[in-house]
Design a protein around this ligand. Structure first.
Ligand code: BEZ
Length: 232
């Protein structure tokens, strides 16, 4: 049964607003990030191995997220001094999969009261009462939640997928299309399903569009055109 405590933010809704202390100073979310895409993500705890591998990977890929105009914001229920000490340890001591001296420059929120974690459904008691699960909220430049992914404590995220999600959402917005299974820039995109028989017939007759049936039409979208449109 749903009540106020279990209501989670949903795709298509405004990201819940909050103010927080972070490793990069105070932030006001999401208004401070208006005009940019944002990945707001939680991790269970500082000084843990899966989280360390994820932070190193996020920071290593920062340039690719920057190119997509996508900011990163992390969160755990640890305090600020723990965050600072952990990120310093990562920078000074950890070498992993060819990554070393990794400086995490995106903000990491301290949430010892769990206020933000609870507002975003990051505390999932079946998994843990005291740690956030690995949540990912992809938020658009208007502050609207566009994708939500939750992973359990033991499962490190797939960063190719996180990049692909932002690429696909931006492509859908820019070109008015949808993206099929496993889509990558340069692959065919889905033309929105026709709303009338007339439009469906036009689509079937259009040489630039391949229709597998009246409801399932695709077209090519040049990779450079896609990358040019989304990397800005
Ligand atoms: C980890 O990051 O390694 C981890 C954190 C909490 C529970 C299990 C694993």
């Amino acid at each position: 049964m749903e009540n106020a405590a279990t209501l989670l933010p949903r795709i298509g809704e405004k990201a819940p607003a909050f103010k927080a202390v972070t490793t990069q100073g105070d932030i006001s979310f999401p208004d401070q990030f208006a005009g940019s895409w944002v990945i707001l993500f939680s991790h269970p705890a500082d000084f843990t191995p899966v989280c360390t591998s994820e932070f190193m990977t996020f920071a290593h890929l920062q340039g690719k997220f920057d190119a997509l105009n996508c900011k990163l914001v992390g969160l755990s229920v640890d305090g600020l001094y723990s965050h600072i000490a952990w990120l310093r340890t990562i920078r000074d001591k950890i070498e992993y999969r060819g990554m070393k001296n990794i400086e995490v420059t995106f903000p990491l929120i301290e949430d010892i009261t769990m206020e933000v974690a609870k507002a975003y459904g990051m505390i999932q008691p079946g998994e843990s009462n005291t740690k956030a699960v690995r949540a990912v909220f992809v938020i658009d430049p208007k502050g609207v939640i566009r994708t939500i992914i939750y992973y359990p404590l033991s499962l490190g995220r797939n960063f190719d997928e996180l990049l692909r999600v932002v690429q696909a959402l931006k492509t859908a917005d820019e070109f008015g299309v949808a993206t099929p299974a496993d889509w990558r820039p340069g692959d065919e995109v889905i033309v929105p399903t026709a709303g009338s028989c007339g439009v469906a017939k036009e689509r079937m007759d259009d040489k630039g569009i391949t229709c597998h049936d009246w409801f399932f039409c695709t077209k090519k979208l040049d990779k450079d055109k896609v990358l040019g449109a989304i990397n800005k």
